[in-house]
Design a protein around this ligand. Structure first.
Ligand SMILES: Cc1cc2nc3c(=O)[nH]c(=O)nc-3n(C[C@H](O)[C@H](O)[C@H](O)COP(=O)(O)OP(=O)(O)OC[C@H]3O[C@@H](n4cnc5c(N)ncnc54)[C@H](O)[C@@H]3O)c2cc1C
Ligand code: SF4
Length: 449
């Protein structure tokens, strides 16, 4: 292991974000990096615990103590190999994983200064690309073919793993480019899309065939494959069907987010189809991560103001969550880089109706509510707790989550992965599901030999 006493003298150091006044004017990644010496010092803080809760907490089972030790010793290549063994795309999780492992770190229990696993992961991977030991590995073919429908993180991991096992893999996606929500959901200021392209180039060289712009009907899967992986995500966003929903200016979050990402990739839209926050008061309905991404995007588009409302109560302010103690994930108040850029946040707010003039949105009538415990033990009961009021807004973004898709009954050779199987979740969970699904496909096809 690294330095067994480093955690006693070296404090957790995060690379931090670029200053707000600088980052707010562009869509470049907001997160900075540490120099190599400081990064290795951070890796030295890992105690190589007898029971490493980080393994347990990471859905991919990443072995942080092992690669932290290699990093501390300066063996960057070994660190990458250990990391890449369990994690096919550490450049994605290193940027956008909420780092479930860090909350479960023993150093988080004792002094709330867990190891910086996520940042270490990103640093190891960037080093690997720079030093060119992220290598193309063309496997020997086993004569069997698998189709993967959907090129989000779950589909890409399933495709990568199956390809490396020797299957000839074709990935279909209805979009014009791969990545799913990595490309058409998550803003560039969290994940630069060149990072996706760089990995896809390798996957293509390794033999995976990509077919874009093809929407596959699950009831009519393409012929000629021995097995199929359905990794189509959660395409249906939760709607808010209150009066005025059809006013101009009320949009789903992804209408804005995916359009902005496409614009940054060179796409052009007629003015009447643009979903832009420029010069507008923006109201984001939904207090989660998608809502937070809308806030950061609205700032960069030049909004006048941005407010985020949430129907649920304000989460406890951390670091501890008494209802969900260590090593579980604490459901505490999260303040993202986008929140830091400026935003009014309100909780326990219900939306009553959208208000407009000449067909255009001008505001939203809302009301403060409170939640009463349900005597039957079910979902708490909502009660009015204040007078209706109007929040001025010319743009509303609905960020209230996604519906879990209902899948038809598929034949035995069809497997479902990622959000399509489990409902909207996290990139790391989608990747873990892609990995598990690849194993199931392999077991199934081996059984057929
Ligand atoms: C705005 C936003 C921000 C997020 N930020 C984070 C974050 O910071 N960190 C994090 O961990 N998670 C984040 N998430 C969640 C994360 O992006 C998802 O959990 C993850 O992308 C799910 O991966 P997936 O492969 O299952 O599906 P998706 O990424 O949704 O990919 C599904 C793919 O299937 C394709 N497809 C669908 N139907 C068809 C069809 N019929 N034919 C062909 N192709 C089809 C789609 O075009 C898409 O490319 C965010 C989600 C959103 C919406
Ligand atoms: S993928 Fe996420 S949970 Fe797993 S080790 Fe990396 S940062 Fe931690």
């Amino acid at each position: 292991m690294g330095n067994p006493k480093a955690f006693l003298t070296i404090h957790r150091q995060e690379a931090g974000y670029r200053p707000v006044h600088d980052r707010i004017h562009d869509f470049g990644e907001v997160e900075q990096t540490l120099n190599e010496k400081d990064r290795r010092m951070q890796a030295s803080r890992c105690m190589d615990c007898g029971v490493p809760f980080c393994h347990w907490a990471c859905p991919l089972g990443n072995k942080a103590p092992e690669w932290n030790d290699a990093l501390y010793r300066g063996d960057w290549e070994l660190a990458y190999r250990l990391l890449n063994d369990t994690n096919d795309f550490p450049e994605f999780t290193g940027r956008i994983c909420p780092a479930l492992c860090e909350k479960a770190c023993v150093l988080n229990l004792t002094d709330h200064e867990p190891t910086t696993n996520r940042e270490n992961e990103a640093a190891i991977t960037e080093h690997a690309y720079q030093e060119k030991y992220v290598r193309v590995n063309i496997p020997e073919r086993n004569g069997r073919k698998v189709a993967v429908v959907g090129s989000g993180p779950s589909g890409l991991v399933a495709a990568t793993r199956l390809n490396q096992m020797g299957y000839s893999v074709t990935v279909y996606d209805k979009n014009e480019n791969p990545g799913g929500l990595l490309r058409y959901g998550i803003p560039n200021f969290k994940l630069n899309k060149a990072i996706i392209d760089r990995r896809i180039d390798i996957l293509k060289q390794e033999g995976i065939v990509f077919r874009f712009g093809e929407s596959i009907n699950p009831a009519k899967l393409p012929d000629g494959f021995d097995a199929y992986v359905i990794a189509t995500g959660t395409p249906t966003a939760r709607d808010l069907n209150i009066p005025g929903r059809d006013l101009k200016g009320v949009h789903f979050a992804l209408e804005m987010l995916s359009q902005q990402n496409r614009i940054l990739d060179g796409a052009e839209y007629p003015k009447d189809q643009l979903v832009t926050a420029k010069g507008k008061n923006v109201l984001v309905i939904g207090g989660g991560d998608t809502g937070s991404d809308c806030i950061g995007t609205a700032h960069r588009q030049g909004c006048k103001s941005v407010t985020q409302i949430e129907i649920m109560p304000k989460p406890v302010e951390g670091p501890d969550d008494p209802k969900n103690p260590w090593p579980n994930w604490p459901r505490t108040l999260k303040t993202t880089s986008s929140h830091e850029e400026g935003c009014e946040r309100r909780w326990n707010i219900n939306s009553l109706r959208f208000i407009g003039k000449d067909g255009r949105l001008t505001g939203v009538e809302v009301q403060e509510i409170s939640w009463k415990p349900n005597p039957d033990g079910g979902r708490p009961i909502m009660e009015s707790a204040g007078k209706p009021e109007i929040i001025k807004a010319e743009l509303v973004l609905l960020a209230m989550g996604f519906l879990k898709p209902e899948q038809p009954e598929f034949p035995d050779n069809v497997f479902i992965a990622g959000d399509a199987a489990n409902g909207a979740s996290l990139v790391v969970r989608a990747m873990a599901s892609g990995k598990a699904t690849a194993l199931k496909v392999d077991e199934y096809l081996k059984g057929k030999c």
